[in-house]
Ligand binder design. Structure first.
Ligand code: SF4
Length: 241
């Protein structure tokens, strides 16, 4: 896996952004996160070695824009170049997550058609309001690989009717001392919906404030992912062939 951040910075956009780790990290270093700036890694996936080979090896996942939002307005004039890079590197798979899925059709290249094979798009939601708004948009978009990221999940949500052409649903809680709690029942409810629709499901992260069997636990940040893994509730969809 590799990270590619052609730009950085982001503006808080919805409820899920309350404890954004980019903003938290930047504030410790007195960096203004609201300033969206190009990075020196803009062309990272097409950088080459002296022998002419790409520096970035083939057949891996490239996590795109994990310190910003790929669809943010400030990057509109830069994105076209990124699409060209993604198209050039057919030997890599790219994944970006976005809370701005309503901008998607304004952001795609002219040759997008029904989507690039090597592009996975994760639509991030946090509550029923954002689920209804964003997933209603996502379901009609020409994207070959769709993921739904329920993180940070801050309430119980019903999403089964939006799962028809979704490949993976990820659930995670919020990480912060004052984080809004994650109730394990909500996680199991989403899992049940994925099982009903035969969609891959992953419980990726507990919340700092985690409720199980009506009891509130305060968990250390370091164990949020390992605790979720220990629950052993991930689901791999049965082949639809
Ligand atoms: S959209 Fe994502 S990166 Fe941007 S402020 Fe919200 S949580 Fe942070």
């Amino acid at each position: 896996m590799a990270m590619w951040n052609p730009w950085r910075g982001c503006r808080k956009y919805s409820d899920g952004c309350k404890f954004c780790y980019i903003h938290k990290g930047d504030s410790k270093r007195s960096v203004d996160t609201n300033l969206i700036t190009k990075t020196k890694n803009f062309e990272y996936p097409i950088k080459k070695l002296k022998n002419g080979e790409y520096k970035l090896k083939s057949n891996q996942m490239v996590y795109l824009c994990f310190s910003t939002d790929f669809l943010i307005e400030e990057a509109d004039s830069w994105r076209e170049e990124c699409w060209k890079i993604i198209k050039e590197r057919q030997d890599l798979n790219f994944l970006f997550l976005t809370k701005r899925i309503d901008r998607f059709l304004d952001c795609i290249p002219t040759d997008w058609n029904d989507g690039y094979d090597n592009m996975i798009v994760g639509c991030t939601i946090e509550n029923q309001r954002t689920a209804n708004y964003r997933l209603n948009i996502l379901k009609n978009l020409p994207i070959k690989h769709k993921n739904i990221i329920c993180q940070p999940l801050i309430e119980n949500i019903e999403i089964e009717k939006y799962l028809d052409d979704v490949e993976l649903v990820v659930v995670g809680g919020e990480s912060d001392y004052n984080a809004r709690p994650l109730n394990y029942d909500w996680v199991l409810n989403i899992r049940k919906q994925c099982l009903n629709k035969n969609v891959n499901f992953e419980f990726r992260q507990c919340g700092t404030n985690f409720i199980k069997d009506n009891k509130l636990y305060k968990l250390n940040t370091k164990i949020l992912c390992s605790q979720a893994k220990k629950a052993n509730i991930n689901f791999i969809a049965k082949s639809k062939a």
